[in-house]
Design a protein around this ligand. Structure first.
Ligand code: G4F
Length: 404
């Protein structure tokens, strides 16, 4: 993304017309004209963005979803403002957006979801057309350790954004990053937009509040405000504390001889895992409709943590055999080495046992279907972590370690 080609590819403009299928027809033809006139898709798209003059603000821009979404919007020609907390080392924690810092349409503003004034100022100053609230305390186990902070950032943070928009830019469209954790102890299988919520963690409770207050502002103030109820979505940019990335990085570390085995919690939990790069497209589409609405964003397939581990380890040449139950669960490889062990500290006070989303409404209303399978996703993450560990070996430094 963001790479310019110097020679125009004559077939590309027509492919692009297809990929721009949810943009009004006259804009598609206009973009084609710009592409043909200025030579590259990148330039054509950017010029289209200048003409539409759209501006977006993103909270959580330094994270997995924020970085993918910023790339997507820049590619579409938006001016993007990322809201970031002020830190004394401005480059720390920003590795996922480093490559965007030289883009003239990408800007960072100081702002904090805990601080109403900072969000007010950012919105008043930039008058965004679209506001994506992706910022949150998003690690579920941490929400039992810090429930107040979670409620403040993950729950009230959404309300602060809505208030800033209501007061300073009422025409701005608002996207709230909802979560399948809102379903918790699930009442329907699969879960749809109509499934009642029963959150199982302080994090899930905070996300339910954010969902309800977003709906309430839509109904109270006629604001274009909506929530995407996103099921688990992963990528090579996923934080190392989440189970998929913990597994793929540990598999790569074991394959390179840095670790003996993976320490894990409940392997029977089932999740609907998709690729984060696919899901940000849906976030954008939700803000391009005539009327706002809430949508489930999922693959419609579920897998256990155990299956995910088995698949990831098979990609590094280890075929696992499982035995034992609960905290006695282990898995050995084909040579009899124990490669997975269970530690009770990774179990949660209340677990979400089964998540599987029904993305039918998203497909019907927004024409969205996830493009990456679970198998492709796991392969992508293992490949990336194998490269990361190999680079560390070649460079003579320590590879990343998933946090305890
Ligand atoms: O990867 P996880 O930590 O993700 P979780 O809790 O499902 O939440 C993620 O997805 C939500 C969307 O549904 C987001 F809203 C949320 O912010 C976050 O991105 O855990 C997945 C499953 C859980 O059932 C957990 O108990 O994996 C199980 N698990 C088993 N052992 C483990 C471990 N999870 C982690 N993080 N670490 C383990 O050692």
């Amino acid at each position: 993304m963001g790479v310019e080609t110097s020679t125009p590819d004559v077939a590309m403009p027509f492919c692009m017309l297809h990929t721009l299928s949810n943009i009004p027809l006259y804009q598609r033809w206009f973009t084609l004209f710009l592409v043909l006139r200025y030579g590259t898709i990148e330039k054509g798209r950017r010029l289209q963005g200048y003409m539409s003059g759209k501006t977006a603000m993103i909270t959580g821009v330094t994270g997995q979803d924020g970085s993918y979404l910023a790339e997507l919007l820049l590619e579409k020609g938006y001016t993007v403002y990322g809201l970031v907390r002020r830190v004394s080392q401005p480059t720390s924690g920003r590795s996922l957006i480093n490559h965007l810092m030289t883009n003239e349409n990408f800007h960072l503003l100081n702002g904090d979801l805990a601080d109403q004034n900072s969000i007010d100022n950012a919105v008043a100053q930039t008058q965004p057309d679209e506001f994506y609230n992706l910022g949150a305390m998003s690690f579920v186990p941490e929400s039992w350790r810090s429930p107040m902070m979670t409620a403040d950032i993950t729950g009230l943070g959404a309300l602060r954004c809505l208030e800033a928009i209501r007061k300073h830019a009422p025409m701005c469209r608002f996207y709230q990053a909802g979560s399948s954790e809102q379903y918790g102890k699930v009442r329907d299988v699969p879960q749809t937009e109509a499934t009642p919520f029963h959150p199982r963690s302080p994090y899930g409770c905070a996300k339910v509040f954010a969902f309800e207050i977003t709906r309430n502002y839509r109904e109270s103030y006629d604001m274009y405000a909506c929530t995407g109820i996103l099921f688990n979505h992963e990528s090579p940019r996923r934080g190392l504390e989440f189970v998929t990335r913990k597994v793929t990085m540990t598999a790569a570390r074991i394959a390179h001889g840095f670790d003996e085995c993976l320490w894990i919690g409940n392997v029977n939990a089932k999740r609907d895992w998709g690729f984060a790069g696919d899901y940000v497209e849906m976030q954008w589409r939700m803000l391009q409709q005539d009327t706002p609405g809430d949508f489930v964003v999922a693959t419609g397939r579920t897998h256990s943590v155990r299956d995910m581990i088995t698949l990831a380890f098979s990609h590094v040449g280890m075929n696992l055999t499982w035995s034992g139950e609960g905290v006695d669960t282990i898995a050995t490889d084909q040579d009899g080495n124990v490669r997975v062990r269970t530690n009770p500290k990774f179990f949660r006070p209340a677990e979400v046992d089964l998540l599987i989303g029904d993305p039918a409404l998203a497909e019907k209303e927004l024409g969205w279907v996830p493009g990456t399978s679970f198998e492709e996703l796991v392969q992508m993450m293992v490949d990336s972590d194998m490269s990361t560990v190999q680079e560390a070996v070649d460079g003579g430094y320590a590879p990343p370690i998933p946090p305890e």
